[in-house]
Write a protein that binds this ligand. Structure first.
Ligand code: SF4
Length: 319
């Protein structure tokens, strides 16, 4: 029996690569359109980009230097030589295509790297970059994570995202037409967003045809606009139980083949303002798993799927 009751990233990696693969975070010195002035300078309301910088990163480090540090730790801890290079700072497709190709290939040439995982915005992948990702996808494993966040335009506006739901739709369409594997990053618990609106994002994820979804509970990080609003008591945060219920409702509405890459996010404790419960990621994950178990529910149940429709860990099937 799958204790997760959903299609986990671990199951996906084992079924795809025949063994466990570890994501190692690296930074490429990127920026994003809501910070560099092209769409604004203040960034998204919830974002302090320091929060997504890899621990070992110092400005000026090359991709290889970062991978040496990041893989050494994981290699020793898990006795593995299987990694995905995860570019995660700001918008990791937001550079000219030549610089990106050099950077991505530097990562792919590092020993033990089995592929790329790229974190980006739906409005920040040019056609040239999409074509590069298409070529890379034919050579190796590539997974592009789009920061969809919500399928409610009003929420995106309130969060100062600087893109629309239509931008997400188009980005998925263009990436999928090129055969590029994608995932949707979604935040649950936005102020002013109703439960119905949040669950409509699950429907959007299904319709988009994406291969993965990454859930995150709304965190309040120091030095953000959201932290100011929170200080002025302008909205309430959901509790851990409410989050677990919402995440379970969401997962029940997601098609079983979609990989649930993550059921909750994590913020560095030194940067977290609230909610306090978000510090313990494992406890939140377990609470979501238990919620599904108590309900005797699973991924896709609301769409009529059974537990057997969820791809659990199979015997090795290599990419
Ligand atoms: S969430 Fe992403 S797009 Fe928004 S400000 Fe932060 S780095 Fe930029």
């Amino acid at each position: 029996m799958n204790k997760n009751r959903y299609h986990s990233l671990n199951a996906f990696f084992r079924n795809t690569f025949g063994e466990k693969v570890y994501k190692v975070s690296i930074a490429g010195g990127f920026t994003c359109p809501t910070r560099d002035g092209s769409k604004g300078t203040e960034g998204c309301v919830f974002c302090n980009p320091e929060g997504s910088e890899p621990k070992h990163y110092k400005p000026g480090m090359t991709v290889t230097q970062q991978l040496e540090l990041a893989t050494e730790y994981v290699r020793e801890r898990h006795e593995t030589d299987n990694f995905l290079a995860y570019f995660q700072d700001y918008t990791t497709t937001y550079k000219d295509v030549k610089s990106l190709e050099i950077m991505y290939r530097e990562a792919l040439n590092f020993p033990g790297i089995r592929g790329l995982s790229l974190c980006t915005r739906p409005d920040s992948i040019s056609d040239d970059v999409m074509d590069l990702l298409k070529d890379l996808s034919q050579e190796t494993f590539v997974w592009v994570e789009l920061g969809v966040q919500s399928s409610c335009d009003l929420t995106l506006l309130r969060m100062n995202r600087g893109h629309t739901v239509y931008d997400s739709e188009k980005a998925f369409e263009k990436l999928h037409n090129r055969g590029i594997r994608t995932a949707a990053h979604v935040i649950l618990g936005f102020p002013g967003e109703s439960k119905q609106e949040t669950l409509a994002t699950a429907e959007f994820v299904n319709k988009s045809g994406t291969a993965g979804v990454k859930l995150q509970n709304l965190h309040i990080i120091k030095n953000t606009k959201l932290a100011e609003l929170h200080k002025n008591n302008e909205f309430d945060l959901i509790s851990r139980s409410e989050y677990a219920e919402l995440a379970a409702d969401f997962i029940q509405r997601i098609r079983p083949e979609v990989v649930i890459q993550r059921v909750t996010g994590e913020a560095p404790p030194r940067m977290l303002v609230a909610p306090e419960w978000a510090i313990n990621k494992l406890a939140v994950m377990n609470r979501v798993r238990r919620e599904l178990m108590y309900r005797d529910s699973w991924q896709g149940k609301d769409l009529g799927y059974t537990m057997e429709d969820i791809p659990f860990i199979q015997k090795s099937s290599i990419l």
